[in-house]
Write a new protein. Structure first.
Length: 285
């Protein structure tokens, strides 16, 4: 992955968000809401934000007091710099007609809908500049990672705008081949669930080994989150960090003989990622 944001990067991003034109967010669920919080925290003027969400929660409704426009009348939104689509992919066909009415010749469309391709979006938005992106749930705490791919209509300025909007919730990487998004979805999009499962399974194993449930839960949670933070901060690669914990013929080595065996974690993870990528392709049609 690319380098993490430095302090001057954050300042530059904040300045960029302060200077952009109006942005509409279509869909303010968990991921859309996380992006919204990131934009506001990074300096985007609330008065430049429009949120379209049929069932806004109290936190979203409260943003109206800060100047955010919530569910304006049809046709009241114009001259948008960007429209960000964060609805569930299943309802996408029902919202695209309304989205098309908000998109002008200079509007950038950023979609974070899983499985919905640039081709799908272009059917209702012919000629539009479109960026398809895949974020993940750590975006809620500003530690997400998003992979994005532009269509041929996206200008350099619009790519920077997309980068600024997406980077408000964590790291961002760009690819040129949209086919990679299925694998991205399987690795980073679904990946947090794999990590949570690891913590869940580790706690259960601790109970099976004789630990009280509460202690096993605490040890598993802090071990997984602390190891993730170490990986985040360390310049060392995962394999080196693993080896640093493993003494020859020690307890960790005994455990890794199981996890790294022929039917161990690597094989299971490869099969899991392949299954998720396959499902992503199926959702795209």
């Amino acid at each position: 992955m690319g380098p993490r944001l430095r302090g001057d990067d954050v300042v530059a991003m904040t300045t960029s968000l302060k200077s952009i034109g109006p942005v509409a967010l279509v869909g303010a669920g968990k991921m859309g809401g996380a992006m919204l919080e990131g934009w506001l925290a990074s300096g985007l003027d609330p008065k430049k934000l429009v949120v379209i969400e049929p069932k806004p929660d109290p936190e979203i409704l409260a943003l109206a007091q800060r100047g955010v426009t919530i569910n304006p009348p049809a046709g009241a939104v114009a001259n948008l710099a960007a429209v960000v689509l964060a609805v569930k992919p299943q309802v996408a066909p029902d919202v695209m007609a309304g989205v098309a009415k908000m998109v002008s010749a200079n509007t950038l469309v950023v979609s974070i809908m899983a499985g919905r391709t640039i081709g799908f979006l272009q059917k209702d938005l012919p000629g539009a500049a479109v960026v398809r992106a895949m974020p993940n749930t750590p975006a809620a705490i500003g530690r997400g990672v998003t992979v994005a791919v532009p269509n041929a209509k996206v200008s350099a300025a619009q790519r920077k705008l997309a980068n600024d909007l997406l980077a408000a919730t964590g790291a961002i990487e760009w690819v040129d081949d949209e086919k990679l998004i299925d694998a991205v979805t399987a690795v980073s999009g679904s990946g947090p669930a794999y990590v949570f499962l690891l913590a869940e399974a580790l706690a259960k194993a601790g109970v099976a080994a004789g630990l009280p449930q509460a202690l096993a839960d605490t040890l598993a949670r802090i071990t997984v989150s602390g190891s993730g933070e170490l990986l985040h901060r360390s310049p060392l690669d995962p394999a080196t960090l693993r080896k640093n914990v493993t003494s020859p013929s020690g307890t960790t080595a005994a455990a890794l003989e199981i996890l790294m065996g022929p039917d161990g974690l690597e094989k299971l993870m490869r099969e899991a990622v392949a299954a998720a990528a396959k499902r992503s392709r199926e959702l795209a049609g």
